[in-house]
Ligand binder design. Structure first.
Ligand code: SF4
Ligand code: SF4
Length: 394
């Protein structure tokens, strides 16, 4: 249980100039009591960046190498030399994604090995509310401490992805898809993430928001300058701060509201001790994110309306002009049988959805390499979500 108030350092950082980033992270850590408040030199420390997909740093899909290096510099200065790094990507192997993102080059320069994220084992978590077992990567299990270096991005299932969601990459390989299939609804999925954060318990979260991703995130959105680093031991407070910086009501986010209820952290403004730069002057009200609460099926009574479910709920849609018929979306679908199919690969062939089978996990949208899938919320669904959320907002 996080103590109240949670301390959050908000640091303005204009660019990825390595010296600026290094100074920004050092300042943020000083304001939180120094790196020694989180880890010690004799510990094996795993650095967990966001390595969702093999894209270059300019795409803002993965943690920027300068932020990764800023954290390494702070650790090395404090005498922490037993470092590893890693993540389980949504698609591709960790080596290739780390290479493409620029993270591997920084790690190599500091002689930091890639931890094992292709394999792992089941870890029991009897205290879990939603999930009592996780398939955890070996590299996570071998570490004494984890530092999460997350990325500020939009997400179609949970609205935003930041600190809480970054820990999902500690689950290795296809087990992540299985979790999507098991917890298709955003609140249940968020509760699973919160259990996972309690199990892995990263000591510190550093959010890279110097350039964030807006729009069709977390894999195919647009980079947008936010000029900010956020540091805290409380992932709920970090994500609530992200929401405030993009003028989104934090109570719209299931990771935040469930995170507070389950004792992972705090999100209300009077329960956060902000240090560093004044975040009020850094808000971007034009940040492209869907400004609706994340509804759950109970909230809008969808179970009672199952016959019209497919005409009121959000759904993935393919832009046939962008689609090249590669089939990555079909491979990414965790459903059995798949909720979309492609008769033949190649340009001119577009997958077709079987929406009755679709659990709205948006793995297909996340993994499409050609930005051809977007999520559409029918007008009737938007109205129902808005109406049912009134009175629940805080
Ligand atoms: S992943 Fe994207 S480009 Fe490839 S078939 Fe699916 S929609 Fe088309
Ligand atoms: S079609 Fe897409 S959104 Fe639907 S279950 Fe499959 S991956 Fe998830």
């Amino acid at each position: 249980m996080q103590e109240k108030p949670s301390k959050v350092a908000v640091i303005r950082c204009e660019s990825y100039d390595p010296e600026q980033v290094r100074q920004g992270i050092a300042r943020g850590l000083d304001l939180l009591g120094g790196i020694a408040a989180f880890v010690s030199p004799e510990e094996n420390i795993l650095l967990k960046p966001n390595l969702l997909r093999g894209k270059g740093p300019e795409a803002a899909c993965t943690t920027h190498p300068a932020v990764f290096e800023g954290v390494i510099d702070a650790l090395e200065q404090a005498g922490c030399g037993r470092l590893t790094y890693g993540d389980s990507p949504g698609r591709g192997n960790p080596e290739n994604v780390a290479d493409r993102s620029g993270i591997a080059a920084v790690a190599a320069a500091h002689h930091i090995p890639l931890a094992e994220f292709n394999a792992g084992s089941t870890v029991d978590f009897p205290a879990g509310e939603q999930t009592k077992q996780f398939e955890i990567a070996a590299g996570v299990q071998e570490a004494d401490a984890v530092i999460s270096i997350c990325k500020m991005k939009t997400h179609r299932l949970t609205r935003l992805t930041g600190a809480v969601k970054n820990t999902f990459g500690c689950v290795y390989g296809l087990n992540k898809s299985a979790s999507h299939a098991r917890f298709p609804e955003a609140h249940a999925f968020s509760r699973m993430l919160i259990d996972l954060n309690k199990l892995v318990a990263p000591r510190l979260y550093v959010m890279d928001g110097i350039t964030a991703m807006e729009g069709n995130g977390p894999g195919n959105g647009d980079p947008v300058a936010m000029h900010v680093l956020i540091l805290s031991s409380d992932p709920v407070a970090v994500d609530a701060t992200f929401a405030r910086l993009v003028a989104l009501d934090p109570s719209y986010l299931p990771t935040v509201v469930e995170g507070e209820r389950m004792g992972l952290g705090h999100w209300r403004e009077d329960e956060i001790d902000y240090v560093g730069d004044d975040w009020h002057g850094m808000v971007n009200p034009d940040f492209n994110v869907e400004r609706l609460p994340v509804a759950d099926e109970n909230m809008i009574g969808l179970s009672a309306l199952s016959r019209v479910r497919n005409v009121i709920t959000r759904k993935p849609v393919i832009d046939g002009d962008k689609c090249v018929g590669c089939g990555v979306c079909v491979d990414s679908c965790p459903q059995d049988p798949k909720a979309l199919s492609l008769d033949k690969k190649g340009k001119g062939h577009v997958p077709r959805y079987q929406y009755k089978q679709c659990i709205r996990c948006y793995c297909c949208q996340e993994m499409c390499p050609h930005e051809a899938i977007y999520v559409k919320t029918p007008l009737l669904g938007r109205l129902l979500i808005y109406r049912s959320s009134k009175g629940r907002r805080r």
